[in-house]
Ligand binder design. Structure first.
Ligand SMILES: *[C@@H]1O[C@H](CO)[C@@H](O)[C@H](O)[C@H]1NC(C)=O
Ligand SMILES: *[C@@H]1O[C@H](CO)[C@@H](O)[C@H](O)[C@H]1NC(C)=O
Ligand SMILES: *[C@@H]1O[C@H](CO)[C@@H](O)[C@H](O)[C@H]1NC(C)=O
Ligand SMILES: *[C@@H]1O[C@H](CO)[C@@H](O)[C@H](O)[C@H]1NC(C)=O
Ligand SMILES: *[C@@H]1O[C@H](CO)[C@@H](O)[C@H](O)[C@H]1NC(C)=O
Ligand SMILES: *[C@@H]1O[C@H](CO)[C@@H](O)[C@H](O)[C@H]1NC(C)=O
Ligand SMILES: *[C@@H]1O[C@H](CO)[C@@H](O)[C@H](O)[C@H]1NC(C)=O
Length: 868
């Protein structure tokens, strides 16, 4: 605990004041967008806003500012704890990591990571995993779940946190995010979609005393068509919270980027919930409020946390009393937070936190950050696992991606004689939770490291799996080829290798989150181990646990490397899930959620990690729309394995494909609906007495409170009458706007989601084993004055298990938005060539598309030449 405390202090306190920031490259601007749009105008949220506004209109200033910030880092049981407003019945709200399950807890499930569920391409499973995660957070008394992560999108194959999300494509990422949100919120937990936006590398992400955070410089079309897309879908699914990224966009920190929060998120996307900072990402008080931030987390100032200082809380009370922040801005934030609380039904029998993220002990300090703190029961060890191991195992199994299978070496015959190599096959000998936040790569890699990790209740390792099967195997728990393995021609060798990454506050084997020194190589000399095994054994199966793409050119083509399996990050369920696939109980049905290249250069130069720069590091997205497979296609680069690739033990055919036109397209969408009513409150500055400290209040040292000394509150109120005014940013206004043409509902103009074409196709199992098939739908735009990627994923579906000869018809669709481009001039989604022939391609991989449905002919043709 203490080491963590010191770590977070010293990691941000080192050296001089923030340097003047380096100029953002010409052309990239962070425009002002004010005021922050009031929430409540979407009918789905009306009732929750009505309930929230009844409370807000009765709350005092100090109660309101208590709810918009955390009580301080390490000042409660959860990773974030807001203040309370008990007089009106609102408890402290508990915020807790992370996207794959409860962080730093017990009796929880360590679910497969986001990238793993992405690799299943199974929408139903995405939702069910979300429900199970939601049930665990609710069971532990968490109000606000800090997931799912859809940013990073995976622009940089070496980026540290790509594995928390669902894959390097906006649509795959969007389904992963939106369906997780639906599942999590269906049990009453507020989901948090994060990190808005363009948070594509770990290194240099944070603002500190010595350096501003990295600036992601990207144009408006790229933002809309790639990085914002999954956020739009998350908002459309009714997400209650959005977390702002650490980095800047176009030179302006996301936590106070008014164009991003006020303009894009709250007005264009019609977001009705609340916007929180990432932990210590807030770097100003008044400016961040005006820019649309609603909740400061964990409440402390960013540079020197833990000393009882905040940009908000008491300082926010002051900013309201002295007239700098208009009262309606604070009222809107509080209303948004409480509306999300009511929207999820948290006013009805919602559990209080019964665990403590700061310790595994039953008793401990109630406020560890206070150093001298009252002690008490902090962990009640509530078992929230239910039957969630089953859904976790199903995800781990259905994600397993078979990349290569020469001579059908897989599935393994039951009586195979196996030689198993690699430390990744067995649990970390030091203990499965021996590294804080999984900050090491030792033993079976079930997840990356950082705040997105969870403690394992157990680890069902591959070796456990072989044991449970009664397999004939000998295990060599080493990453160097042993001299005593006695190769025999009847042996099959199974080699376990891994590649890890994580969050920047922990460095593992010289990788500060991103794969800075590992590059895209396997860890622990995995290439060497595979080559050595392949030199001695005729049949080698390689199993890879990985956060993302790895290079495999050193061994991929060796004749004895017969099979390659990506098991991604399976969480606690690594063993049985893998056995079911290796031994053929089920056919593998996972598909790659990213492209695996032959060399890192093939991904493009502009997506490499940004190294040290004086001043603000600048990361300019010069590749625009061309990341991952879009880049490979544009530059005619053949990858090692294409985005979407994944083999089965059986085979499938497509037939009876139809395309049916839905709502006729027009160049621009129909006019958006106008905003509905939002709550109205008095805009008068409250009396300073609403912020006075209560008498005889027993203050906890360093805890963040929303009260002011009487003299301070009175002085602030006097300042409101002075002629000195807050230096408002250029473009500041406090007159609510009708909103942009591209908005109109959650996610944007509702007409964007009108179905333009329904596509139906029958999938038949033509092989001799049972299996599940994935249908992937890519759109090829007709030529127009807009440059568009050759192919873009727009929908997908997975069949149930099909017995040999069995069929299933899947329904896919493309919406108006799917066929549009973002026009930066008109600031709207437009059809770039009305009447042009869109190619709707369906297949099982981005490089295996032979069924084309044309929008002009209104029919589908088989045996077409794949466009790439
Ligand atoms: C960044 O700058 C580009 C180029 O001027 C602009 O199109 C885009 O809207 C800006 N994005 C944000 C979030 O400010
Ligand atoms: C809240 O309501 C109570 C009871 O109606 C009233 O006494 C109190 O003054 C109200 N407080 C505020 C801040 O409006
Ligand atoms: C703010 O929250 C803290 C923690 O729950 C509580 O002690 C304090 O009374 C609250 N302040 C107000 C004004 O309600
Ligand atoms: C009001 O208070 C805020 C928060 O401390 C401060 O930033 C601002 O400068 C003050 N404004 C005036 C006019 O005193
Ligand atoms: C497994 O059994 C089959 C059929 O009985 C036999 O042909 C094969 O050699 C056996 N394999 C091993 C490794 O014992
Ligand atoms: C501010 O000015 C108004 C109007 O002149 C007056 O009613 C109010 O009492 C003044 N407030 C303070 C704190 O001086
Ligand atoms: C596609 O080509 C294959 C092989 O040439 C052939 O067997 C099949 O009938 C063709 N399918 C259609 C629908 O034309």
């Amino acid at each position: 605990m203490l080491s963590l405390v010191l770590f977070s202090v010293f990691s941000v306190v080192s050296g001089a004041a923030i340097e003047r920031r380096d100029p953002v490259p010409p052309g990239y601007v962070a425009s002002p967008y004010y005021p922050s749009p009031h929430g409540g105008w979407v009918s789905d949220w009306s009732e929750s806003y009505r309930k929230a506004s009844l409370l807000v209109s009765n709350m005092t200033l100090a109660e309101k500012t208590n709810l918009t910030a955390g009580s301080g880092i390490f000042m409660g049981r959860c990773v974030g704890n807001t203040g309370s407003a008990l007089r009106v019945g609102i408890p402290q709200l508990c915020l807790q990591d992370g996207p794959l399950g409860l962080r730093n807890s017990d009796h929880n499930t360590a679910f497969p990571a986001g990238i793993t569920i992405g690799a299943t391409w199974d929408k139903d499973l995405m939702r069910r995993r979300g429900v199970a995660i939601g049930e665990e957070f609710r069971g532990k008394g968490v109000n606000i779940h800090l997931g799912p992560s859809v940013g990073p999108l995976g622009r940089k194959p070496r980026g540290g946190r790509n594995w928390e999300g669902f894959g390097a494509d906006p649509v795959l990422q969007a389904y992963g995010g939106a369906l997780s949100i639906e599942g999590i919120q269906s049990v009453g937990v507020v989901a948090t979609i994060k990190h808005l936006v363009a948070n594509e590398q770990e290194m240099y992400r944070m603002y500190s005393l010595v350096q501003p955070g990295i600036s992601s410089n990207l144009d408006d079309r790229t933002l809309h068509e790639l990085y914002l897309w999954p956020f739009a879908e998350g908002v459309r699914s009714g997400v209650g919270a959005v977390m702002i990224a650490y980095n800047a966009v176009n030179g302006s920190a996301c936590a106070q980027n008014s164009y991003l929060i006020n303009g894009i998120l709250k007005d264009e996307l019609g977001f009705q919930g609340f916007v929180m900072s990432d932990w210590l990402a807030q770097i100003s008080g008044v400016a961040s409020s005006l820019a649309g931030l609603d909740l400061s987390m964990p409440g402390d100032i960013n540079q020197v946390p833990l000393f009882g200082n905040s940009y908000w809380m008491y300082e926010y009370s002051r900013a309201i009393l002295n007239g700098s922040v208009p009262v309606d801005r604070l009222d809107d934030s509080v209303t948004r937070i409480l509306a999300a609380y009511f929207q999820m039904g948290q006013d009805q029998n919602y559990p209080r936190p019964n665990f403590d993220t700061n310790t595994q002990n039953a008793e401990g300090p109630l406020y560890p950050g206070a150093l001298i703190s009252p002690q008490g029961v902090v962990n009640e060890f509530v078992d929230v696992q239910g039957n969630h191991a089953e859904v976790a195992r199903e995800v781990a199994r259905d994600a397993i991606t078979l990349l290569k299978n020469n001579n059908n070496v897989l599935p393994l015959p039951r009586n195979s004689s196996l030689k198993v190599f690699g430390t990744d096959a067995e649990k970390n000998p030091d203990g499965i939770n021996s590294c804080t936040d999984q900050g090491c790569n030792k033993g079976t890699l079930g997840m990356g490291w950082g705040s997105g990790s969870a403690r394992y209740p157990y680890m069902d390792s591959p070796i456990d799996g072989f044991k449970a099967r009664g397999a004939r195997y000998q295990f060599f728990n080493t990453d160097s080829f042993p001299s005593n393995s006695n190769p025999s021609p009847s042996d099959t060798a199974v080699v376990f290798v891994s590649a890890d990454s994580g969050e920047n506050y922990i460095t593992v084997e010289n990788n500060p989150g991103d794969r800075t020194s590992a590059n895209l190589n396997l860890w622990h000399n995995g290439d060497r181990l595979i080559r050595d095994v392949a030199a001695q054994y005729a049949n080698v199966v390689v199993v890879v646990h990985t956060v993302g793409p790895v290079l495999m050119e050193e061994w991929h083509d060796l004749p004895s490397v017969k099979a390659i399996v990506f098991a991604h990050l399976p969480g606690q369920e690594a063993g049985a899930s893998l056995m079911e696939v290796l031994y053929g109980d089920v056919s593998p049905s996972g598909h790659l959620p990213y492209t695996v290249a032959k060399t890192e250069d093939d991904y493009g130069q502009s997506v490499k990690l940004v190294g040290f720069q004086l001043g603000q590091p600048q990361d300019t997205f010069t590749e625009g729309l061309y990341i991952d497979y879009r880049y490979f296609h544009k530059n005619s680069i053949t990858p090692r394995y294409a985005f979407g690739h994944g083999l089965s033990y059986t085979s499938f055919s497509l037939s009876s494909a139809t395309i049916t036109a839905g709502i006729p397209l027009t160049i621009t969408p129909p006019t958006r609906p106008a905003k509905g009513e939002t709550p109205a409150y008095s805009t008068a500055i409250p009396p300073p007495s609403e912020a006075y400290w209560p008498e005889n209040f027993n203050r906890i040292w360093r805890y963040l409170y929303s009260w002011l000394e009487k003299s301070d509150a009175d002085a602030a109120a006097r300042a409101a009458n002075s002629t000195t005014k807050y230096p408002y940013p250029a473009g500041y206004s406090n007159v609510q706007k009708p909103g942009p043409a591209s908005g109109g509902a959650q996610g944007g103009n509702p007409a964007l989601f009108d179905v333009a074409y329904d596509i139906s196709v029958t999938i038949t199992n033509t092989g001799s084993r049972s299996g599940k098939a994935v249908a992937q739908l890519y759109v090829q735009f007709p030529s127009s004055s807009f440059d568009t990627p050759i192919l873009q994923l727009r929908d997908f579906d997975k069949t149930s298990t099909l017995a040999p000869g069995a069929s299933e018809t899947v329904s896919l669709r493309v919406t108006r938005k799917d066929l549009s481009v973002w026009d930066v001039v008109s600031q709207n989604w437009i059809i770039p060539n009305l009447g042009g022939d869109y190619g709707i391609w369906i297949g099982d991989s981005s490089d295996n598309l032979h069924l084309r449905c044309g929008t002009v002919a209104g029919s589908c043709a088989y045996n077409q030449t794949s466009p790439v």
